[in-house]
Design a protein around this ligand. Structure first.
Ligand code: SAM
Length: 248
């Protein structure tokens, strides 16, 4: 006997809604979202989908009215509480736009809680467009089943990052030259992972990070990884070590 399929099916479309959701709420969708449901997903009146608002969890909704580029939804019951994820932040030196976009998408999928673009001496990136990174994070969260969105900070200089940080949050500094094997170094508790630019940190920067309180240098292996690869390798291994890798 085939198992009773889970309800709602994980294949229902998922949309992020920029306002608090609650049962019984009547919601007019943004034109782009209405167009997506109507013309891409071919959904009409009675069609069901999942919504999340980045705070209260996930909700089942039904299309109540549909017209060209306009849709009204009725919000039904909550299908999931907001996710609980390890408290890990990722500070990264922005790289080329395509790589930075890719990094934000993948870090969102992996469950990062906050993204902090850091400007270092050898950072050669174009201007960081936060609204663009936010829309990439929203799409990744819609696709991978997240109910929270990572916060994305304005870029800051390395000095400012080190100066403003809460030392109760351990700083795991990805250093290709020397460090503890990452998987052994990671300890339970709030974490900030720092990864350098393609050109690496200057010696002066490396010293300032190593001298910072509750800073731990981590190694991601004997090979020199590209900055975006190092960021994801560190994040993925932290999530695994923190017990995040279990089915929904
Ligand atoms: N320019 C540096 C060099 O050639 O020595 C390499 C920089 S690497 C492309 C970019 C960043 O990724 C580094 O600053 C570091 O944070 C991280 N990284 C790369 N490989 C790593 C490794 N094996 N262990 C720890 N961190 C690594």
């Amino acid at each position: 006997m085939p198992a009773t399929p889970a309800w709602p099916p994980k294949s229902l479309p998922r949309l992020f809604i920029r306002r608090p959701l609650s049962e019984g709420l009547i919601l007019d969708l943004e034109a782009a979202q209405a167009n997506y449901l109507g013309n891409v997903m071919r959904l009409g009146v009675g069609g069901e989908l999942l919504l999340f608002d980045g705070a209260s969890g996930e909700w089942l909704a039904r299309i109540a009215e549909a017209a060209r580029k306009r849709m009204t939804l009725t919000v039904g019951r909550r299908t999931r509480e907001a996710e609980t994820i390890p408290d890990v932040w990722l500070a990264f030196a922005p790289v080329k736009r395509a790589q930075t976009d890719w990094l934000v998408e993948k870090a969102t999928e992996l469950g990062v809680a906050r993204l902090l673009p850091v400007l270092t001496r050898r950072t050669v990136a174009e201007r960081v467009r936060l609204e663009r990174l936010e829309s990439i994070a929203i799409e990744a969260a819609e696709q991978c089943g997240r109910t929270l969105l990572p916060a994305i900070d304005e870029p800051v200089g390395l000095k400012q990052l080190l100066g403003n940080r809460d030392v109760a949050r351990t700083l795991y500094f990805a250093d290709e030259r020397a460090g503890e094997p990452a998987i052994e170094a990671f300890k339970p508790g709030p974490a900030l992972i720092l990864v350098g630019p393609e050109g690496g940190f200057t010696d002066e920067e490396r010293e300032s990070v190593r001298a910072a309180r509750s800073s731990v240098a981590i190694s991601l292996g004997p090979r020199i990884l590209r900055a975006e690869t190092a960021a994801l390798a560190a994040l993925a291994s932290f999530m695994a070590a923190a017990g995040d890798w279990r089915p929904l």
